[in-house]
Ligand binder design. Structure first.
Ligand code: PMP
Length: 356
């Protein structure tokens, strides 16, 4: 396990316990989950067990409320494209922001993590639970009355921070953000999926999403969800401790700005270093054996800096020097301290180089 990997918001390593459950379905348990022989029935039973586990993890009333997809992007786009008049949050992932943007969605105004209601009538509001660049937690439940249907992108919250889908109609998750495999996810749909079929064909997933089921991936998501349900509180405590260690290590650095709001997710630390470029820090830290990311990695505004930081009112000259450190189960106190130390050194080396 690479203890120096601190880009868990981009993707987590597969937990060895998850891998163990997946392996048979990548090898001898090769059946198609819709075949009627015993090999097929074994695969089908594993898929339905995974559906039960994901439903329980999400607090769903019924396993039928869970549809397996290829991940949160697919789930997000499916929901957004199913409604006419859209409103979306100010910090959404590109899968929501771009899909909504193309379809004339109203982008809600904000003051830090406080989001203001839509000004126009809408059929669906999509508001993420936790922002992927900064770890800002949004009050999704508080927005439930603003639209007839509420969708939340739960990708960075699932397995990390407490959440409830009591007031939510649709939610999206990706397995690889909670120690499962890439390319598998789910859509939660309260009361069962009432959306039009996303993919027509063989009629899998109650006719809503055709195509042979990704049995190993789904088994992995189910295993990851079951572990997350049991270990979420513990993981939260550990992330809180590791984030504090890194912050302590960089406390003496000048011209640093932490981009966070009240009740921030402890799994993400977004910091700006004035006068530097985030990508240079990422490359420099990589050469010293640490993986982090530039906050602007997947959501760049026209200026090349993060649209999320812009929405938070972070000035351009600061936003350029933003990096995102994201914590996971395999990180240790020692690795967090070593990262903080290396970051401090990199900042000072790069600043020194800039003045020569
Ligand atoms: N939403 C959020 C908040 C994310 O962080 C991500 C992953 N970067 C996604 C959606 C998309 O997930 P995937 O790439 O697995 O579809």
């Amino acid at each position: 396990m690479n203890h120096n990997y601190f880009d868990n918001a981009a993707s987590t390593p597969v937990d060895p316990r998850v891998l163990k459950e997946m392996l048979p379905f990548l090898a001898e348990a090769c059946g198609n989950a819709h075949s009627i022989h015993s090999c097929g029935m074994r695969a089908r039973a594993a898929v339905e067990n995974a559906r039960d586990r994901v439903a329980e993890f999400l607090g769903a009333d019924d396993a039928e409320e869970v549809v397996f997809t290829s991940g949160a992007t697919e789930s997000n786009v499916w929901v957004l494209n199913s409604f006419e008049r859209l409103a979306i949050g100010p910090f959404e992932h590109p899968s929501v922001a771009q899909t909504g943007g193309c379809r004339g969605a109203e982008v809600l105004a904000n003051d830090c993590q406080t989001v203001r209601p839509p000004t126009k009538p809408c059929d669906l509001l999509s508001l993420m639970w936790v922002n992927n660049e900064t770890g800002i937690v949004l009050d999704v439940e508080g927005a439930a009355e603003w639209a007839p249907k509420l969708h939340t992108d739960l990708t960075q919250a699932a397995g990390k921070v407490p959440f409830s889908l009591a007031k939510v109609n649709y939610a999206s998750i990706s397995a690889h953000k909670l120690y499962g495999p890439k390319g598998t996810g789910a859509l939660y749909a309260k009361g069962g999926c009432d959306l039009e079929a996303l993919i027509t064909g063989g009629g899998q997933e109650e006719g809503k999403r055709s195509g042979t089921l990704n049995v190993p991936g789904i088994v992995g998501l189910g295993a990851a969800a079951a572990i997350a349900r049991d270990e979420q509180a513990h993981d939260f405590e550990r992330a809180t401790e590791l984030r504090a260690i890194v912050l302590e290590e960089i406390a003496s650095v000048s011209d640093v700005r932490v981009n966070a709001c009240e009740g921030n997710s402890p799994f993400i630390l977004n910091v700006c270093f004035l006068g530097l470029v985030g990508e240079s820090l990422v490359v420099e830290l990589d050469s010293r054996g640490f993986a982090i990311s530039a906050a602007s990695a997947c959501k760049a505004s026209s200026h090349g800096t993060s649209g999320v930081l812009k929405a938070l009112g972070v000035p351009e000259e600061w936003a350029r020097g933003a990096v995102r450190i994201s914590f996971g189960r395999h990180n240790t106190r020692e690795s967090a301290r070593a990262l903080g130390f290396a970051l401090r050194r990199c900042v000072s080396d790069l600043r020194e180089m800039a003045t020569h």
